[in-house]
Design a protein. Structure first.
Lengths: 149, 149
DNA sequence: TATTGTTATACTCTATAACTATA
DNA sequence: TATAGTTATAGAGTATAACAATA
């Protein structure tokens, strides 16, 4: 027998570990992000807009959250002048959301926070393990419809 | 240049991906767990008890949640007859929490749910990538004080 | 009638603080 | 006084449903 996992055990389960570590990573990311006035969900939205601007309902689909949550996030990001609502002239129901120069700057700062966090999070791994982890997570993200750059 | 990541991008960032994928994994785990009346946090507690029975305050420390949250979780698990509170006879302030036979059965079912989810979550990865991912997550979990079996 | 965005509301999960019973 | 557990309450973060404007 090679594995250490016992029959009825959940430790060592990838979904289980992912859930716990995701919580840890998100909390740490949130703590540091607070310094620049953002929360993780704002980054998901900004990142999605950077890939391609779109309207609010489409953002809800992309981020897999309720439309009312997008309203809230866009309100907050508009207050930070990171995004701008632009009414579609051809279908006036649609609100297009655009990234501003400020938004791009904020996203850049968030990316730096993320890189710093990665260095700490992956400190115990070898260079090879880091690459393998990054690749594996990228594949899973892509398979689940998340943006992968 | 080997990487595809652009300068100001967060996609490809491990902490960022971990946060999003952790949310996805947790939500799916929660959905399926509902069929057997459990939520993810119940599994963390049951898993911790399986490793070693203890009192409520120690569980709060182990799981890194507030003591009041443990009260709630133990209430719910007692209703399911998955655990039993046993008053410590030597220090009557302490409530020891024990896993029952029912609790063991439930944990076994939860483990099956976790294994099934893993198969789907890792479907796109090669056997080698799966092992590498499992190992890397285990190392990070251990480095952050989480149980690793 | 259907769709986009919005508001109102409620639910889940968690933390903090006040309380009780024991020590 | 201090500790283990409990209760009450409040804060995030989310979802659902009803609504207004537009199609």
């Amino acid at each position: 027998m090679m594995g250490m996992n016992e029959e009825g055990s959940l430790t060592g389960n990838v979904g289980f570990l992912l859930g716990k570590l995701g919580q840890v990573a998100s909390n740490r990311f949130a703590e540091r992000l607070a310094a620049i006035g953002l929360r993780p969900r704002h980054c998901w939205l900004l990142e999605s807009l950077r890939a391609a601007p779109t309207n609010q309902l489409d953002l809800a689909r992309r981020l897999d959250v309720a439309p009312s949550v997008v309203v809230d996030m866009v309100d907050e990001l508009e207050r930070l002048e990171a995004v701008r609502r632009v009414r579609d002239t051809r279908d006036r129901r649609r609100q297009y959301v655009e990234l501003t120069a400020t938004g791009r700057t904020l996203l850049g700062r968030a990316a730096r926070v993320g890189r710093d966090l990665d260095v700490e999070l992956l400190a115990e791994l070898s260079a090879r393990q880091r690459t393998a982890l990054r690749d594996a997570l990228g594949v899973i993200a892509a398979a689940n419809g998340l943006p992968t750059g």
